[in-house]
Write a protein that binds this ligand. Sequence first.
Ligand SMILES: Nc1nc2c(ncn2[C@@H]2O[C@H](COP(=O)(O)OP(=O)(O)OP(=O)(O)O)[C@@H](O)[C@H]2O)c(=O)[nH]1
Ligand SMILES: [Mg+2]
Length: 451
Amino acid sequence: MFEDLSSKFDKVFKFIKGKGKVSEATIDEFLREVRRIMLDADVNYKVVKQFVDDVKQKALEKNVIRSINPGKIVIDTITAELVRLMGEKKTDIKFSNDVPSVIMMVGLQGSGKTTFSGKLAKYLKSRGKNPALAACDVYRPAAIDQLKTLGEQIDVAVYSDDSKDPVKIALAAVEFCKQNYKDTLIVDTAGRLAIDEEMMREVEQLKSKLNPAEILFVVDSMTGQDAVNTAKEFHDRLDFDGVILTKLDGDSRGGAALSIRAVVDKPVKFVGVGEKLDAIEPFYPDRMASRILGRGDIQSLVEKAATMLPEELDEKKIAKLEEKFKGNKFDFGDFLDQLQQIKKMGSLSSLMGMIPGVDRIMKGKEIDDKPLRQVEAVINSMTLKERTNPDIINGARRKRIAGGSGTSIQDVNRVIKQFYDMQKMIKTFKKGRGMNNMLRNMGLPPNFSLK
Ligand SMILES: Nc1nc2c(ncn2[C@@H]2O[C@H](COP(=O)(O)OP(=O)(O)OP(=O)(O)O)[C@@H](O)[C@H]2O)c(=O)[nH]1
Ligand SMILES: [Mg+2]
């Protein structure tokens, strides 16, 4: 995410860090560079001007010119101003006192409304809500089916009928929620190629009839300043409550993320970071600033792992795994369980991108998940007996497993070797020689840390 922006910030920060004392002219030179970086990232020019002026004023107030550590003052000021620019604090979804709370999605065609409706339903469901979806895009023939398919994947009811009237469908969906004890209704609406009067009238009508708790404007972050301009037009007509920035996993330069809040004065509430239904993250301005400045986002990574636990990994399973570790009984079945846990957290690329510095090294390159998938396929082709007792996997069995999993015998050999290596690692760990031994086994120096 934003690799280009982070590496440029990194460069210009190095310039100021190296300075002992600075004059106002040096600060100006530095800020001219910051300005250029932000314009290159397609941040709105008015926003950039205000930002740079604010940074200068605040740095001067902090006596940067007389300071012996001017670099730190300037960098801290920029960090704080970036956070402020994006809205300071995370803003939650609002719910109404009426049942159901209606959350309405609006935005241009292809911005990601339908996908985000599914993501939000899944997100709210895992947090104790009982949502339903309403299919109010009656224009695109496949739109209703698309939403129904998403609903099936997450086991959330989708209300649709063939009245061809979005307002009627939405009102009927509200009734459906009341009768079926659904507390939240997510309304997916139709998008058009550019803002047209008909679409605007339709969403205005939906707004007045539904009295939604939230209108969320969904926008493709890759469209940069166009995203910001569209946001403004939608905002003038609809006074929406929050912004959803989608496709931040792509090569979005950061312009939309950095300018939208300042231009429409409405918070970004979530971001979309992939096509899958769990590729949704609440928007934290401070964490986003950290990513933009190439410092990663360890907090989100940890939370991602932690929030999975109640839902997807039950206490019993953890206890069982611990037992197995202790008794040296860790087998291929457990190996497979572990792999599936990792996969549930998202793609390897998105996980690695949250580690400080990694984004810049990878420069947007995708990490190939194929080896993981291969390991999974190989284990899936083993019999239960083979999984618990890998020593019996002889040549003939290896051949069968390779055939069954669509891999080669070499692949199977590799997976089995990896498994034994992992067992060895667990043993070293158990013997109490601790973390450093484990790191050495992984080919890393002792006391290795990501910071
Ligand atoms: N990479 C990536 N793709 C996304 C994201 N969100 C949506 N998409 C993809 O963008 C395309 C359009 O998404 P939709 O959800 O159908 O968009 P929409 O706004 O409902 O489109 P219309 O109904 O035609 O107006 C699909 O191929 C999605 O898979 C995201 O966060 N990241
Ligand atoms: Mg749609």
